[in-house]
Design a protein around this ligand. Structure first.
Ligand SMILES: Nc1nc2c(ncn2[C@@H]2O[C@H](COP(=O)(O)OP(=O)(O)OP(=O)(O)O)[C@@H](O)[C@H]2O)c(=O)[nH]1
Ligand SMILES: [Mg+2]
Length: 336
């Protein structure tokens, strides 16, 4: 069974290819994986169809626990995620993974499928999908929540988002997740890097992966120390939660059950403290903000293309008016 379905290059069959967004949505809700794959492709492409899917899906969401998995390249995120998926499928969860790859161009969703050890997952209902972000026209900030929403509405729970930690991306993705798992490894100064990248503030669970390697207990100690000091360094967790540190060997699946326990504990903390509603509300607000910004941005492109705006530009280039005046006049045109 193919785990990674609905990629751009796949033969989807005429019925799926020609189906409308609402037909696809219904089919995906009824468990049709190819329809879900197609929805995700539409979301990745952006535009009207993506917006329509969001319209359909949004009322049907709120069930899925969204888990972000981030960490340096090669830390073992995919290996650990694969083991976690196996554990979850054994306990009858229907999980989905969205692998957000900031470095590769559009691939049609094969990256993670290639990397996660699929033999573990054959015959399960796990859904794995990659989303490439380099050159993404629709904006990652909008495509990721939209994809998570599609999974949620289609009955997947939990939904995992794997991202390579390269700068800001991981923190952005953490903002999309209910629970953020940060994977570090021994011996590479990952703990220090995590500190620098602002991950102490967003990590709800730390995994020291490759704990079969030398230096694992040092990595743990470094993290503990940084967590101890985080209130002094101004990097304490945004909700005051002390992230547990879990030692894992993902090759052997050692510690994987503890990772799940830590994730579930955090979820419980969110529920008991009421933080779940608060974080989801602020997440939605920031999405709406991005969308407003984007709509206004699109509006700017349109306005800039109009003849009166072009004339202001010509005048500014000719130095008969300043850029300040040109911008003010163009805004006046918008407000019209
Ligand atoms: N010794 C050891 N090797 C591991 C462990 N987990 C993963 N690896 C190996 O580390 C390498 C990278 O693993 P991936 O799971 O692809 O790492 P990743 O973080 O998903 O990598 P990117 O997605 O490319 O950033 C692979 O060769 C894995 O077999 C572990 O616990 N112990
Ligand atoms: Mg990976």
């Amino acid at each position: 069974m193919a785990l990674d379905e609905g990629g751009l290059g796949r033969d989807l069959g005429a019925s799926i290819r020609s189906a409308s967004a609402s037909e696809l949505f219904e089919q995906a809700r009824n468990g049709n994986r190819r329809a879900l794959g197609r929805l995700l492709t539409l979301i990745e492409t952006g535009g009207e169809a993506a917006d329509e899917i969001t319209e359909l899906a949004h009322p049907e969401t709120g069930q899925a626990h969204v888990i972000g998995v981030t960490g340096a390249p090669g830390a073992g995120k995919s290996t650990m995620t694969g083991q976690l998926l196996k554990l979850l499928s054994d306990s009858k969860h229907q999980s989905a993974v969205l692998a957000v790859d900031p470095s590769s161009p559009l691939t049609g969703g094969a990256i993670l499928g290639d990397r996660i050890r699929m033999d573990h997952l054959a015959g399960t209902r796990t859904f794995i999908r990659s989303m490439a972000t380099r050159g993404h026209s629709g904006g990652l900030a909008l495509a990721v929540p939209a994809a998570v929403r599609a999974f949620d509405a289609a009955g997947y729970d939990p939904v995992l988002i794997e991202t390579v930690g390269v700068g800001q991306v991981e923190v952005d993705v953490a903002a999309t997740a209910d629970t953020t798992v940060v994977v570090v490894t021994p011996g590479w100064g990952d703990a220090v890097q995590a500190n620098k990248a602002g991950l102490l503030e967003v990590a709800d669970v730390f995994v020291v992966n490759k704990s079969d390697r030398p230096g694992a207990s040092d990595a743990r100690r470094d993290l503990e120390l940084m967590l101890d000091l985080s209130h002094i360094t101004g990097q304490e967790h945004s909700s005051g939660y002390r992230a547990p540190i879990v030692m894992v060997n993902s090759i052997e699946a050692d510690g994987i059950a503890d990772v799940w326990k830590a994730i579930a504990q955090h979820r419980e903390h969110l529920a008991n403290s009421g933080l779940i509603d608060q974080t989801r509300a602020s997440r939605l607000e920031s999405e709406v903000r991005s969308r407003v910004q984007r709509l206004l941005g699109d509006g700017i492109d349109e306005v800039m293309a109009t003849r009166p705006a072009r004339q202001e530009l010509v005048d500014a280039v000719g130095r008969t008016i300043s850029p300040v005046t040109a911008a003010r006049r163009i805004v006046a045109i918008v407000r019209g």
